[in-house]
Write a protein that binds this ligand. Structure first.
Ligand code: CP
Length: 361
């Protein structure tokens, strides 16, 4: 049984195949209108969402399938204390595939250990958002015609920005990628991503203080929101929230074919005068999210038919290390629910929590 919990769960060839399927869907909508007839998608959203939940819903409807689920955990038995593991065991009886968003990091990985149907991580805390990455990759492919030889500037909240973490992991597997990081000191990219993803894959990566100084060399400017919901200290959020703002004036220095991406929602970080610039691709990016999720649902259901779930739950990856160490992150599922403590050993000899990637030993 294949799941999509992290972008590294699928190979570059599989990513390219999903993008090719999305492009085929765009060209031949009628061909796919009944391919999921009789199938059901469960959307389990424990955290707010507009684009991800509704694009999954729209995607399944356009494939001829049906959708059930909740958009507010308070209306489900989660509010009575039901665990992620038990919730997905139950949903495995009602649906064929699950898209799960959770504010707690690692919740979708726990779900995958107990589910008899494919689990898609629709965003877990500050950790990962692999379907946004597929959306971003499809958008880059459609806008620029390639996924290699790109200089991409990531701007804003690179610490808590799960879309940034997932996209860097995915792009690091393509050729000729250059990464520029533009963030306040407090919101810098986690050092393990820089070291274990960028450096390990020989991706030239540098930090700069302003977007203006790199604007002329960028192929992509990936803007992100400073996320109020991730801050424990409201004063710190207020101080940092408007650190970087893109406006039409700053865009004058950019290449004519540069694109501006943003996973959305935006608040103040892109002013409205950018919206009508042809380089502003963020609303086209939203529509690509529906097409790529159609391709993903179709692909995962096909894989599930070829390789159904076997054996007892939990089904754990035997390459992971069991131990009784505590994960250092309070946002990790292993500190919220009774789950197997699992770690993976990095090339540097560090042990990272399998759920949230916090360094534990
Ligand atoms: N990009 C994204 O994940 O948006 P939502 O939070 O609205 O789903």
């Amino acid at each position: 049984m294949r799941h999509l919990i992290d972008t590294t769960d699928i190979s570059v060839q599989e990513i390219d195949q999903i993008i090719a399927t999305a492009l085929d869907i765009i060209e031949n909508r009628a061909k796919y209108s009944e391919v999921c007839k009789g199938k059901k998608l469960a959307t389990l959203f424990y955290e707010p969402s507009t684009r991800t939940r509704l694009s999954f819903t729209s995607a399944m409807m356009e494939l001829g399938g049906n959708v059930l689920g909740f958009s507010d955990a308070a209306s489900s038995s989660v509010s009575k204390g039901e665990t992620v593991a038990d919730t997905v065991r139950v949903l495995s009886c009602f649906a064929d595939i699950i898209a799960m968003r959770h504010s707690v990091e690692g919740a979708p990985l726990v779900a995958s250990h107990y589910s008899r149907i494919p689990i898609v991580n629709a965003g877990d805390g500050s950790h990962a958002h692999p379907t946004q990455t597929l959306t971003d990759l499809l958008t880059i492919r459609r806008e620029l015609g390639r996924l290699n030889n790109l200089t991409i500037g990531f701007c804003g909240d690179l610490k808590f920005g799960r879309t940034v973490h997932s996209l860097i992991k995915a792009l690091s597997r393509y050729e000729g990628i250059n990464v520029v990081l533009i963030a306040p000191e407090e919101l810098r990219l986690p050092s393990y991503i820089r070291r274990e993803v960028c450096d390990k894959n020989n991706i030239p990566t540098r930090e700069v203080a302003t977007m203006e100084e790199v604007m002329p060399e960028l192929d992509i400017l990936y803007m992100t929101r400073v996320q109020k919901e991730r801050f424990l200290d409201e004063e710190e959020f207020e101080r940092l929230k408007d650190s970087f703002v893109l406006n039409a004036d700053k865009l004058k220095a950019a290449k004519k074919d540069m694109i501006v991406l943003h996973p959305l929602p935006r608040v103040n970080e892109i002013t409205r005068d950018v919206d009508n610039d042809p380089r502003a691709a963020y609303f086209r990016q939203v529509e690509n999210g529906k097409f790529v999720r159609m391709a993903l649902i179709y692909t995962l259901l096909k894989w599930a038919e070829e390789h159904p779930a076997e054996g007892e739950t939990p089904r754990l990856d035997h390459s992971l290390v069991h131990n009784d160490w505590e994960c250092s992150s309070r946002q990790c599922i292993s500190n919220r629910e009774d789950v197997d403590k699992l770690f993976h050993l990095t090339d540097d000899g560090d042990y990272r929590c399998a759920y949230c990637e916090a360094k534990c030993k």
